[in-house]
Design a protein. Sequence first.
Lengths: 378, 156, 278
Amino acid sequence: MGSSSLDTELAVLERDHLQLLLDILGKRGYRVVGPTVRDRAVVYDDLASVTDLPVGWTDEQDGGIYRLKRRNDGALFGYAVGPDSWKKFLHPPVVRLWRDKTGGNGFQLVEEDEGVPRFAFIGVRPCELHAIAIQDKVLLNGKYRDPSYEARRQGLFVLALNCGHAGGTCFCASMNTGPKATFGFDLALTEVLEADRHYFVVEIGTELGAEILREVPHKAASQAEKATAEGIVAKTAGQMGRRMYTTGIKDLLYRNYESPHWSDVAKLCLTCGNCTMVCPTCFCTTVEDVTDLAGEHAERWRKWDSCFTMDFSYIHGGSVRASPMARYRQWMTHKLATWIDQFGTSGCVGCGRCITWCPVAIDITEEVNAIRRSERGS
Amino acid sequence: MSTETLERVLAEHPFFKHLQRPYLELLAECASRVRFNAGEVIFRESEPANLFYVIRRGKVAVETFAPNRGPIIIQTIGEEGLLGWSWLIPPYRRRFDARAVELTWVIALDGERLREMCEKDHDFGYELMKRVADIMDQRLQATRLQLLDVYDGVRS
Amino acid sequence: MAGLPDPMVPSPLRVQRVRRETYDTFTLELEPANGADGFSFAAGQFNMLYAFGVGEVPISISGDPTKPQTLVHTVRSVGAVTQAICKLKRGDVLGVRGPFGSHWPVEEAAGGDVVIVAGGIGLAPLRPVIYYLLSNREKYGRLALVYGARTLQDLLYNPELEKWRGHFDLAVEVTVDTAAASYRGNVGVVTTLIPRVQFDPLQTAVMVCGPEVMMRFTLRELEARGIGPENIFMSMERNMKCAVGFCGHCQFGPTFICKDGPVFRYDQIQAFFAKREV
């Protein structure tokens, strides 16, 4: 994606024409999913209409705090990311890997072949584009390719959204992952709300994006409109609730692998695994082998797993990471250091979910700072 | 059997490696060659520990006896090993049984005389003590590993 | 390497023969259920073995890499899945995915001495090395096998150990942690044998497999013998679900045991090997 010949041409799409765009995607056979309000949170689910979007909602986020609040306008994307991420579609929480055809002795196993929908993702944030690219590296770019992920990833349509609102736990600006989409989208919107006008400045990322856009009323963006959109993104970059100091972060964490600071965090950490569930890059899974009651037919299911469970590192005799200290250290060191050695990229995109959804408000940016401080102090 | 050849034999044994010549001469004076047949008892628990042995060839089992299990081998000591250090530490009594597993040639050293020499010449005493300490350390490490019982279902 | 078709879906292999090694350890010989090709692998690689309806475990291949017609696994019955595998009889079917992972550097070690240090069931992943070395004997200098087990009853491959002892050009040293007085072999932990092995420290590859604690103690003895970390190879174990780098369970610092290991050169993992709860 991201052909440079298309980059320079910005268009304008009026708010009232966004529905047409969703309709076209639906007509083309996409399963259109995007943000919607449920259980007092913005989650990602099927969208039938623009009105399913969290119209006029925003959020308040801080360590361990997430609250939806009314805005005094009709913004469609006036909030930061919620607990869901797109991995729930591309790398679903529960997937059947295979089932047996014949059963019993002499079993024949067949790979799961249930149809996978073609997804159109609406309102993908720049940090989430990075998260998808990171999961691509893990699940598609090695010696083996994850067939389940690949099937979902192929034919994905991405309508990205440049952020006009930074959440209280956002730190994409310091991770160089936002707030503006730079790759990995077919179309990218910047939402503009003016006193008497509500429109989107649209950047075209792919030929497919251009083709879809041609089917809805739009016009070329004026200099003023372009400048307005740029101004919105720049303002968002300045409103980040958090900041991650990434200089030499890999070596910092390797150097401090046995720092006493890990025990301080462990005193707070409940090892609940929330951070891993909401993280858009966490990819770990476990498998469950099941049979029918007669034990004649078997299946294998794959489920999201968390490095915070005892079971995760169990080998015969006990768990390798028995202490909460070791489990927190594994998660954070993986995310910010070993990931770089494994996949050539950080495992953190600065979305802030792990901070917001931590029941005891452990803040990954603060933990990095604390380790830096402990090093200076020693 | 001349002390000169015994001196050479001692010098070749790893326990006495690089020991200064005058010390080797001293050692040779209180050394003698001994042969144990397979199954022969070398010493028994709680006996006075006057001698210690450097093994040249063969194998010795260090054993203890448990009423419900019979004799149990704690460790076997093979070629170039050292058997016994109770001669160095009060009350100078054997803690274990020792038995030749196969035909075994050793050099027996008179620990009582060596103790006196060590008291007289602390440089010699220190040198000998370092060597015994090294053996004790090796045995302690091995015993600790043995205690961990690492094969108890740790690896599948 | 001609493995099985799908890395995620186990292929059925039929049990041809089961050999009882010890009271809790069995060696299974498997052949493709559908009469398909043999099963090529490199010494040190592992398969995921699936007991129907029970679950899957990573198990090293313990057979002869030069005889790929039969797939051989030695399994110790310690959990639900291995128990189910150990109960299989001739004619039963076992699911297999693989082979996965890195291998012992048998070719790179040519021209020098090779020392194999095995503890407990750790001999199983090293047996393919012994087969390989013996069938290419002329390529190597001195060869030694140092093998420790808990008791006499825990020793694997007894008939083969006897045979290997008969080779004048393979030094075989076996020890058990404890034994009754009637035992005439060595008693003591496996590390006590290392000082007795003859090799040239500058021209030797050492291959180690056993419980992690045993490997740590072994490394110290090897260090004392002047072997550099670049000449020591070891097979690691961690929880494993997928064997292809997707499930995340087998991470050991920056490495994945399933795809970067299980066989590592010691200096590749040295920084993390000394640390706890990695």
